[in-house]
Design a protein around this ligand. Structure first.
Ligand code: ZN
Length: 214
């Protein structure tokens, strides 16, 4: 499997590898001597924030921070995970099997009891399209336990390990909108929430690549 992986940037190349040859990101928990990619290491989010480290390689972050998010998170501008270096995020968006293989389902079975649960309303679907969202104005929102990804200085969309087409990005956003709409309808003030969602949807569409070949 490792033969089909993109060439990792140096900071990722230095990470340990699992038996299949995948680099093991810094945030991954090691359980009984083996990495479990579905589980975040103990205190992972707190330590990443405290030491301002890259979520993927564990080295210090610079001024730019890059989130790897799905299209729905591009609409509501939140991420459950802290940011990474731009090149580390690019690599993850191209190499992570959950993001690059839309047919692949997350395996939820046999999770250890102490597995970290993501806060907030997470949409447990594989979007197929991954977005690298580069920002200098991100912050943790303690009220919801999610990261506000801030204003993007750059956005890079990927699908199947290569830049995504405009059609793929639009289809991916469209497929998730009913879920966000249902969430807004269940809010305390549904009309207000739906208006806010429409506004966020419009803003997200401005980020969709214009020149890509469909
Ligand atoms: Zn990194």
């Amino acid at each position: 499997m490792s033969g089909s992986l993109p060439v990792p940037p140096p900071r990722i190349a230095r990470l340990p590898r699992n038996r299949a040859g995948y680099p093991v990101p810094w945030f991954v928990a090691w359980i009984d001597g083996a990495p479990d990619f579905r589980v975040v290491r103990a205190d992972g989010i707190q330590d990443a924030l405290r030491f301002r480290t890259c979520w993927l390689c564990g080295q210090p972050l610079g001024a730019n921070a890059a989130f790897v998010i799905g299209p729905m998170c591009a609409v509501n501008r939140v991420s459950p995970e802290p940011p990474s270096h731009r090149d580390c995020a690019d690599y993850a968006a191209r190499a992570c099997p959950f993001l690059t293989t839309p047919g692949m389902r997350r395996r939820d079975s046999r999770l250890p009891d102490h597995a970290a649960q993501p806060d907030g309303v997470m949409i447990a679907r594989n979007p197929g399209v991954a977005l690298v969202w580069v920002s200098r104005t991100w912050r943790l929102r303690p009220d919801v336990g999610l990261f506000d990804v801030g204003q993007p200085v750059e956005t890079r969309w990927y699908a199947h390990g290569r830049p995504a087409t405009r059609a793929e990005v639009l289809a991916s956003i469209d497929s998730g909108l009913p879920l966000l709409r249902a969430e807004a309808q269940a809010a305390q003030r549904p009309e207000q929430a739906l208006r806010a969602l429409d506004d966020m949807h419009r803003k997200a569409l401005l980020l969709v690549p214009a020149g890509a070949v469909d």
